[in-house]
Design a binder for this molecule. Sequence first.
Ligand code: AMP
Ligand code: MG
Length: 403
Amino acid sequence: MIELEQANELIFENANRLGTEERLIENAVGWVLAQDIVSPISVAPFRNSAMDGFAVKSGWLTECSSDNPTAIPIGPTSFAGDPDSHRVTDRQAQKIMTGAQVADGLDAVVPFEDTDYDENEVRFSGPALVGQHIRLPGEDIACGQKLYAGGTTLGRLDIGILATIGLRSVMTYRKPSVLIVGTGDELTNPGEALTGGGIYDSNTFTILSLVAPFCDVAERVTRVPDREDELQTALGASHDVIVTSGGVSAGERDLVVEIAESCGWQRVFHKVRIKPGKPIYFAVRGRQLLFGLPGNPLSTAVTCSLFIIPALKKMAGFSDYRLCPKPITMAPDAIRRSGRKLIWPGFIREEDGRSVGSFAHKKSSAALTALLGTDGLIIQDATDGKSPNVVVQAVPWCQILNP
Ligand code: AMP
Ligand code: MG
């Protein structure tokens, strides 16, 4: 049996970043960039109007006021998308719509609402500032400007920015494909009627929802019976990562370890000195990883959070893949006796500038509802309950669950 820290290191040694792939920008939210993004164009690409109005030379209007309006003949009209900036002959105002190119030589746009105009002529009742309502080339983004560094996780706000500079796709790190296998003759799919001795399969759903943001495809198969041939088929899959739940303890039908090793998986470890989750099994086959999680539902949730999510994050190129537990104080009498490192959901509240923790009340690793309303996982060193100075740390759910 190994310690938590050792188990983590062994997993990270074997969980290697996958290759890169080209992804359409609309499918890249939550993926990690495998390239710097440097703008190939200036945005705006050309001088254009920020308003619907008239483009003029500001010098024509220096003397004008409401008492002494300046009238200027109206030249050609320009719309956004017109290919050429219109040539405006001497002392003609360019009727211009937002986004249209401003004619060479003109240096200010006066909005329609600040003018008085008819078909032939526009009258201005005040001066215009040089450059007003004109967007300059490169004003938002300069050609060659670095917008994102490789390693950045793309968020929902980033996709429009990539489109702005004309990128249809970007290079990202590949996310792993994950197969989730629920083992156990007792399992029934939610939505079906329970039969005698049966329970609903919650674990494959727990795992699926926890890993979803960190994998490309996640498939779920439930109720793989505790029989050799069925398990062999499941463990023979070619996904980057296979996660099983159940069947790794000492029961007579706990067959996952034995069958995995008969199908070419090589054991890295079996059993970690933690509670819950002690029987966790980890194996590799080539570049594939196999996590055999214990079946008790809280054990599944805790070990998936502690071991699998960080491994998937590392494979998918996330830089902050390691959990960073922070020391906390425990509320009076909250320390629990445990012969193993205890990793239990709990509450963390801020009190006089320090974080104070307490465990969820439910003490059974079969009770998934221990998770209800909790703030994160609390990690407490093994203790006989009498010794002082028990080290306690906490990791908030947001750090575990968010990309
Ligand atoms: P095992 O690790 O297979 O011995 O299972 C330990 C406990 O977890 C047993 O009570 C199982 O019925 C339960 N269990 C196993 N798999 C699941 C699952 N997919 N969903 C809910 N409970 C499960
Ligand atoms: Mg079982």
